[in-house]
Write a protein that binds this ligand. Structure first.
Ligand code: NAX
Length: 330
């Protein structure tokens, strides 16, 4: 039996949390032979609901679930965690601007960053889902002293999955045949979906996406749909994405740990090392490859045309403004 991996999840009784913790316990994220211990974290006022989630986890009798711990604070919740999934955050209230939300949620992530650095495993891997996720990850990473800042990441995998899904639907093929689309920048509507290196597998043949899908559609409907999909889900469901966000968070951690099998490109928002001129430290979505368990590498040397560069710069500008808005927290 392998040693269990400890996975802490904040906001575990929320919408995304409820879609996330069951498949993690089933082995969908870390592998079907990998035991897990779930460390579920909630605000004190949601602890009763969280106990209900824990009862249901018991009732599933998952063979790989080696333990369930429930905590109403991050210090206890992150103790010895190997993976921390920061899902819990305040939602944007009526009339609240993005800047207000950043100021509101920022302090949560200084506290959680400290709690990770002081309590989690030294080689802990972190994904931030709670919005604004890139800047929340920047804040949490800024507290890292004992842990590695490069392991503080944010989720743009949902945006990548949306791009992949749109292309597959357009072509009437399964999403598994669409490869190497990815996202640059912020998880906001300034994000840049990039299909220019993507391809589809058609009867064993590789075809560039630009060859098989109309460039008009790619430049208009596709781009807009991917960038504004979150709002479309809220308009349709009356609630924000939950199951698809949970799936994307699991895909992010799954691929980071287990790789993609065929070395495909994945999108992760990671602290910039200066690649592509993105200011160092900014948590920016790049095309990455997983080179070994828990090792990612930003793909270098991709050609970028002037139009794409202008959009990448625009997303950078937005993230720099977000960083400026929280500079007292860094
Ligand atoms: P919910 O409001 O349903 O659940 C959030 C849960 O987090 C609540 O149960 C709340 O009690 C808990 N919580 C809040 N602050 C906490 C803290 N400091 N410590 C522990 N728990 C805390 O929201 P849900 O729909 O689950 O969404 C969670 C977050 O994901 C939101 O910030 C949302 O904006 C963000 N999203 C991010 C996405 C992405 O692609 N990066 C997409 C989906 C989603 O919109």
């Amino acid at each position: 039996m392998k040693k269990p991996i400890r996975v802490a999840v904040t906001g575990a009784a929320g919408n995304i949390g409820y879609s996330l913790v069951f498949p993690i316990a089933a082995g969908d994220m870390l592998g079907k032979d990998q035991p897990v211990i779930l460390q579920l974290v909630e605000l004190p006022n949601a602890i009763q609901a969280l106990h209900g989630v824990a009862l249901e986890l018991d009732d599933c009798a998952y063979p790989l679930l080696a333990g369930i711990e429930v905590a109403d604070n991050s210090a206890a919740g992150f103790k010895d965690a190997d993976v921390v999934m920061l899902v819990g955050a305040k939602p944007r209230g009526p009339g609240q601007t993005r800047a207000d939300l950043i100021r509101d949620n920022g302090p949560i992530f200084t506290g959680q960053g400290d709690a990770i650095d002081q309590n989690a495993a030294p080689d802990v891997k972190v994904i931030v889902v709670g919005n604004p996720c890139n800047t929340n990850a920047l804040i949490a990473a800024s507290r890292a002293r004992r842990t590695d800042k490069a392991n503080y990441t944010a989720m743009t995998r949902l945006d990548q999955n949306r791009a992949t899904g749109q292309i597959a639907k357009k072509l009437g093929i399964a999403p598994g045949a669409v490869r190497d689309t990815f996202i640059w920048g912020n998880h906001s509507d300034t994000m840049v979906p990039d299909f220019s290196k993507g391809y589809v597998l058609h009867g064993g043949e590789k075809k560039a996406i630009a060859e098989v899908v109309s460039s008009d559609w790619l430049a208009t409907d596709f781009d807009k749909t991917v960038r504004t999909r979150g709002k479309a889900i809220i308009d349709a469901r009356g609630k924000s994405s939950a199951a698809s966000a949970a799936q994307a968070a699991m895909d992010h951690i799954h691929d980071w740990f287990l790789g993609t099998g065929d070395n495909t490109v994945v999108s992760m928002a990671v602290p910039s090392d200066g690649s592509y001129g993105i200011p160092e430290g900014l948590v920016y979505s790049f095309p990455v490859r997983i080179t070994a368990p828990w090792k990612y590498e930003i793909i270098q040397g991709l050609p970028i045309d002037a139009a794409m560069q202008a959009r990448i710069d625009n997303s950078t500008k937005e993230l720099l403004a977000e960083r400026e808005a929280v500079k007292d927290l860094l």
